[in-house]
Design a protein around this ligand. Structure first.
Ligand SMILES: C[S@@+](CC[C@H](N)C(=O)[O-])C[C@H]1O[C@@H](n2cnc3c(N)ncnc32)[C@H](O)[C@@H]1O
Length: 278
């Protein structure tokens, strides 16, 4: 597949409005250049003659709409992504959370679940998994199916094991999975504490109160206004003294909620809620 096709702004805007009416999914606050790039790529990939034929298919074929969502939202992830981030969780966050009678963690935009299983491994190694619940949510139901199955390509395992080691992991990483064909199937014991649900940060409401919320490499695709809205949702969903984490390239610098938060570490994007709502 090569090249790209030109998309008229007004056609894209109308298309996005139609999707709200037809499916209740609102992509109007996603950053335009990346959204248009992905639409154009999908049109070429699936060999539509033009934008209008693509639009008709998405709007009239609910199965194809799932593919659209999968391709428009970026699902790239890996285990122990940014290993030093996980090292900070081991060293600075878990020693605080361990004092709680029960720990609730929310992974918003968890994709295929590598981030959630990484956290489950950290909790297990700290002896905290039994009293923890990990809520894993994503807009895309297809990725959540993969979290449930927990079988990841064996071709990624060397990188995952290296990341695990750099995060301060002391075990042999292979104790956490069994090789099945060309996949590494992760331990059932880790899965038991993970609760899966579709949740859309554009339209979703708070559904629980958490001690730690992670939303990494998700808001990077949102415009400023939607970022602000999602941050308010996280603030409302976070317990006083709870922790909040973003991806390496993301920031809270311009957010109104920033005044209630203090960065835990000067390198990693982890904050603590130090002031509660008035
Ligand atoms: C690049 S992945 C990040 C995965 C993981 N958090 C990480 O950092 O490795 C972004 C995820 O955000 C999800 N996402 C995009 N828009 C969303 C929305 N409005 N609500 C919830 N999840 C969304 C995508 O489906 C995708 O799985």
């Amino acid at each position: 597949m090569t090249g790209s096709i030109h998309l008229e702004d007004k056609h894209v805007e109308l298309f996005l409005r139609d999707l709200i009416d037809r499916y209740g999914y609102d992509f109007t606050s996603y950053s335009r250049p990346s959204l248009k790039r992905r639409i154009s790529r999908l049109i070429l990939l699936d060999k539509f003659p033009d934008f209008i034929s693509f639009q008709l298919r998405v709007e009239n074929d609910a199965e194809y709409f799932k593919r659209f969502v999968e391709q428009i939202t970026v699902n790239v992830t890996e285990m122990f992504r940014d290993p030093l981030f996980y090292k900070t969780i081991r060293e600075q966050i878990l020693p605080v959370l361990q004092n709680l009678p029960a720990i609730r963690i929310w992974h918003a935009g968890c994709s295929t679940g590598e981030e959630v299983y990484s956290m489950a491994i950290l909790l297990q190694e700290a002896g905290l998994l039994q009293k923890s619940l990990l809520f894993a949510t994503d807009i895309n139901p297809l990725v959540l199916e993969k979290v449930k199955i927990a079988a990841y390509p064996i071709s990624h395992i060397r990188q995952d094991a290296e990341n695990y080691e750099h995060s301060g992991g002391m075990n042999d990483f292979s104790t956490y999975y069994k090789v099945q064909g060309n996949t590494a199937k992760f331990d059932e014991g880790l899965r038991k504490k993970i609760i899966l649900s579709t949740h859309n940060l554009v339209s979703g409401h708070p559904f629980n109160r958490f001690h730690f919320i992670l939303c990494r490499n998700v808001m990077i695709y949102f415009d400023k206004e939607l970022q602000e809205r999602a941050l308010n949702l996280f603030d409302e969903s976070l317990e006083y003294q709870g922790f909040f984490a973003l991806g390496a390239k993301e920031t809270m610098k311009f957010a109104t909620i920033k005044k209630r938060f203090k960065q835990v570490d000067n390198k990693e994007k982890i904050w603590r809620k130090v002031n509660d709502h008035p």
